[in-house]
Design a protein around this ligand. Structure first.
Ligand code: SAM
Length: 252
């Protein structure tokens, strides 16, 4: 059927594509992708012929130029399937302007739902999932990152971030400082891939571990919501300790 299909693709394991996603990729008249090479590879793995269908690159750098072309194809009744390089389109990935424009023009937009790293991490980390806030990528510079974390300190939900392996140590140290060292957290790496790993601990413990380690691969960081009573308790412990110290100094 005509319309724009936002197709989720695997985040690692190529077999995590859905049967419906493969149907849509097989049937769409026009294919578009953030990274056409990875889409072609995926089609090849699953034996979906591209044939003489156009396979167009659509990403942040050419979106303004390519969008009218895709909208025109949709307007004349073509089916267009769009895929990210990995996971679900729009989730820290391009697609927003395209979907918004298609909707504004009254063109049908459908999802072929599937993998996303944030949901995969939440599924295995053992942190609460009843409420979560997806923070995407935090800013790269230290002060902006701390400010971003500070803004989320009081959010009563599990926080989820995408992070690069190079910066994860710094990010965890900043999180420990701004959110509270005792918060439980998880670092989920290489999800669905051969070296998948999910390391849990307090922010302090994880920051200490990743201060020395230079992990490889792709990473999701999850942080449990702050327990406001607990935060007060540890503040209290600190003031008690200080008071005791003063007393013992005085008594000596
Ligand atoms: N659209 C994707 C999704 O739905 O998850 C996210 C794309 S974003 C540009 C890429 C980031 O997602 C990576 O830097 C990493 O933080 C996270 N990510 C993607 N694949 C992952 C995996 N297999 N394991 C852990 N994190 C992953």
């Amino acid at each position: 059927a005509p319309g724009l299909y936002m197709v989720a693709v695997p985040i690692g394991n190529a077999r995590d594509i859905t049967l419906r996603a493969l149907d849509i990729l097989r049937d769409a008249e026009v294919l578009a992708a953030e990274d056409t090479r990875s889409l072609r590879r995926l089609l090849e793995i699953h034996g979906v012929p591209l044939g003489d269908r156009p396979c167009l690159a659509y990403h942040d750098h050419n979106g303004d130029r390519m969008r009218p072309r895709l909208l025109e194809a949709l307007a004349v009744g073509r089916s267009v399937a769009y895929a990210s390089e990995a996971g679900t389109p729009m989730i820290s990935d391009p697609g927003f302007d395209l979907v918004r424009a298609a909707r504004e023009e009254g063109l049908p937009v459908t999802a072929a739902p599937g993998p996303s790293a944030v949901i995969t991490a939440l599924t295995i980390a053992g942190l609460p999932t009843d409420r979560f806030l997806f923070g995407g990528f935090l800013p790269n510079t230290r002060s902006a990152r701390r400010k971003g974390l500070e803004e989320l300190r009081a959010v009563p939900a599990t926080l989820a971030f995408y992070e690069s392996p190079r910066r994860v140590g710094e990010m965890l140290a900043d999180a420990a400082e701004t959110l509270g060292a005792g918060r439980r957290a998880a670092v989920c790496r290489e999800l669905t891939k051969r070296f998948e790993e999910c390391r849990t601990g307090t922010l302090e413990e994880l920051a200490a571990f990743y201060a020395d380690a230079t992990p490889k691969g792709e990473i999701v960081v999850l942080i449990e919501k702050g327990d406001s009573e607990k935060i007060n308790e540890s503040d209290l412990d600190q003031s008690l300790l200080e008071a005791l110290e003063t007393m013992s100094v005085r008594d000596a």
